[in-house]
Design a binder for this molecule. Sequence first.
Ligand code: FPP
Length: 227
Amino acid sequence: MSNTPRHIAIIMDGNGRWAKKRGLPRVKGHEKGAEVVREITTYCANHPEVKVLTLFAFSTENWKRPKHEVEFLMKLLEKYLKKELPLYQKEGVRFETIGDISPFSASLKERIEITKEETKNNEKLIQVLALNYGGRDEIVRAANRACKAGVVLSEDNFDQFLDTSRLGEADLLLRTGGEMRLSNFLLWRAAYAELFFIKTLWPDFTKKELENIIDEFKKRERRFGGI
Ligand code: FPP
């Protein structure tokens, strides 16, 4: 059984609290969080075993946040994708998304498509942003696709209808910020993931900490239901 952290998935929590602790508006925490995304993506692209990094950037529930915060996150995302294109190219990162991006603005959707297209031949790492993503929503949309195709579902053939179809199982699922729940993230793909919950707030997270978590992951015994 494999102890290779091929697919790392992260719930990046704690941006708001990081900002509040400093007397800053919550959105400053998201801004700092975007810088950490850059550092962790670069680290993973240069890690010999990590091939997929899935980041929970906007959940189907995040629309409930104040309008100005939602708008800030959308703008930040667009700005981030534009700014980081040279990084994706330099570090060999292919950009992908999961989730239903149809409600996003035309300019953000266009930026997403441009970034996917421009990076489609990069091979060191796939960075997947989960955008307007919910694990239940992914499963329901997959079931509807299968229904439309007239396919009788099995555990094996269900895979092809999921947003996460090409990504493979999540091996290591990490949540920063101290909460110990999955919050509707990767429900199907994380069935056998090793779970890590740490107190560090996402804007304080470092590549050194990820390195330690990967070391810890390698020590765990993964049995996948066997003995
Ligand atoms: C959770 O922190 C974080 C989010 C809902 C958004 C994640 C976004 C980023 C890390 C920055 C932007 C990302 C990219 C890829 C540009 P929270 O606001 O729920 O924190 P809290 O629990 O302390 O309130």
